[in-house]
Design a protein around this ligand. Structure first.
Ligand code: GLN
Length: 240
């Protein structure tokens, strides 16, 4: 059984991030793995032990601001407790930014969860937009490519002790200059990749399902269509 907590699915859902949840649901169902998704919106408390995967999607600055204060006030302690016991926390784009300490927008500072040591600054520069491909190594020795699309104004700077999720093959990534994309600290993962992320990278969806449920060998599925989508996303990013 995969128990998912979708954080602010109505507000943090730019670029159809809901598709990520649908992929998890379908891939569990096709294998006979139970799936339960609960939404946690503004003001809702979260039970750190009730879910295996906490998902926070992307959003526009306005919606992100609304969620940030609510996250800090009503969900921060629970999410720290969940991450500490090894539950997966996945933040995409705006959700990735909120995993860190703060998102600075001009004179304003939007607070973050502080699950990882990073901060984001919305400078005067252009938005970083386009197709992107990164090389990740989720398990030692197993290098894979994640392909997707990014569109963010914020530049995200990782603290000295943090590791990125992947290395930029094509695209901008965290700052447009560092070569780093996303963040990974144990079970906490952040990335700028939309696409949506999981429909284009079903191997990553399977890694999340396997990790969150503690399943070693997931039954294989016919992924002809999904692999074509992945290849198309790689081609769009210019990575064969
Ligand atoms: N609002 C954030 C930014 O522009 C995140 C955008 C997003 O989630 N696509 O940096």
């Amino acid at each position: 059984m995969l128990r998912v907590c979708a954080l602010y699915p109505d507000l943090m859902n730019i670029y159809a991030d809901r598709g990520n949840l649908l992929v998890l649901e379908r891939r569990c169902a096709w294998r006979g793995i139970g799936f339960d998704v609960r939404a946690a919106g503004l003001g809702d408390a979260v039970d750190p032990d009730a879910h295996d995967l906490f998902y926070l999607g992307g959003g526009q600055d306005r919606d992100q601001r609304l969620c940030a204060f609510d996250l800090v006030q009503t969900k921060r302690d629970a999410l720290h407790a969940a991450a500490a016991r090894g539950a997966l926390v996945l933040g995409v784009c705006g959700g990735f930014q909120l995993l860190g300490h703060a998102y600075a927008l001009g004179d304003e500072e939007i607070p973050g969860l502080g699950l990882v040591d990073l901060h984001t600054v919305r400078g005067a520069g252009e938005r970083l937009i386009g197709n992107v491909a990164i090389e990740v190594e989720l398990e030692p020795g197993a290098r894979r490519v994640l392909a997707g699309f990014e569109n963010h104004g914020g530049r995200t700077h990782l603290g000295a002790g943090e590791r990125p999720l992947g290395r930029i093959l094509r695209g901008h990534g965290n700052t447009g200059a560092s070569g780093a994309e996303g963040v990974r600290r144990g079970s906490v993962i952040g990335t700028y990749l939309h696409g949506p992320l999981l429909p284009k990278n079903v191997w990553f969806a399977d890694w999340l399902i396997a990790t969150a449920t503690g399943t070693r060998d997931l039954a294989p599925l016919d992924d002809t269509l999904e692999e074509a989508a992945h290849a198309g996303a790689r081609r769009a990013a210019g990575v064969g």
